[in-house]
Design a protein around this ligand. Structure first.
Ligand code: ZN
Length: 286
């Protein structure tokens, strides 16, 4: 692989030469395997892939990493596979300045406009209130950007029924989601301190190893309940402070969405269903 390669093109619009990168916290290379402390998973690595990840443990810039990959005779295709694998498990941590972030945002927006969406990878953060808030904020990025424009547009089309409650509903959604994820974390952390939060686009998950059935069942239940409760409470506070009764209805709708995640189709409901099936299986063979 040539070191003259353009990192932006090589990474599918994910990285630029100036970015600082590292293996995400909680991941380490040990005896030819990538060990994930959050899930206790062990990924067997090809020798050269192992070298590439050991290099990522100690280097800090994209251009340095590309030089290392070159010295290990890793082809462009192989290095891209390594990057994709890391992206899937939230294994690469990227840091860039605010100016660089602005530049990347514009470049990604232009790629989207041209119908070529940039590579999207999962992002892993520690499951602290700060890590969760930041993950929720970024998962809602599109809503923070689109909602003001939508509120303005609706108020022009429907002048008598302007939608001033649309914007104050965003903090209600934010607080509800933070409470939802943090409630999962409070239970899980008692049994496995190394858990972390994973964001893939607009979706969030808490990474943890398989735990006792009752721990997982309680974890699955407390998230939606906490999310619904905090959404109602926050909407009452925001509605009172802003004198906009519409926020109350938005809060109730958001609370229903949290409770709907207990249905067996997706999210917590699906996890609970899987848990139930696992238990049923264990019961049938014992
Ligand atoms: Zn949940």
């Amino acid at each position: 692989m040539s070191t003259l390669i353009d990192p932006y093109r090589w990474s599918g619009g994910l990285l630029t030469a100036g970015d600082s990168i590292s293996l995400s916290p909680g991941l380490r290379v040990e005896k030819g395997e990538l060990v994930d402390d959050a899930t206790l998973a062990r990924h067997k690595l090809h020798v050269r892939a192992g070298k590439a990840l050991v290099s990522l443990e100690r280097i800090s810039s994209v251009s340095e990493w590309l030089t290392d990959l070159d010295s290990y005779n890793i082809s462009e295709k192989e290095s891209r596979q390594i990057l994709l694998f890391l992206g899937t498990i939230g294994g690469i941590s990227i840091r860039r300045s605010l100016t660089q972030q602005g530049e990347m945002f514009m470049r990604k927006a232009s790629l989207l406009y041209l119908g070529a969406p940039p590579l999207q990878v999962a992002v892993r953060r520690s499951a602290t209130i700060k890590g969760i808030s930041s993950s929720v904020f970024q998962a809602m990025l599109l809503l923070w950007l689109v909602t003001p424009a939508m509120a303005l547009l609706l108020s022009l089309v429907l002048p008598t029924a302007a939608i001033p409650w649309l914007l104050p509903s965003l903090p209600v959604l934010f607080m509800g989601l933070v409470a939802h994820e943090y409630a999962h974390v409070i239970i899980l952390r008692r049994y496995h301190p190394a858990i972390c939060v994973l964001r893939r686009g607009m979706r969030l998950a808490i990474l943890h190893p398989p735990l006792d059935m009752w721990v997982e069942a309680v974890t699955g239940l407390v998230g939606p309940l906490a999310g619904a409760g905090v959404s109602i409470l926050t909407s009452m506070l925001v509605s009172r402070a802003s004198a906009l009764p519409g926020v109350l209805f938005a809060g109730q709708a958001i609370a229903l969405l949290h409770l709907a995640s207990l249905l067996p189709f997706y999210g917590d409901g699906r996890s609970l269903l899987t848990l139930f099936k696992r238990t049923a299986h264990v019961t049938s063979v014992s």
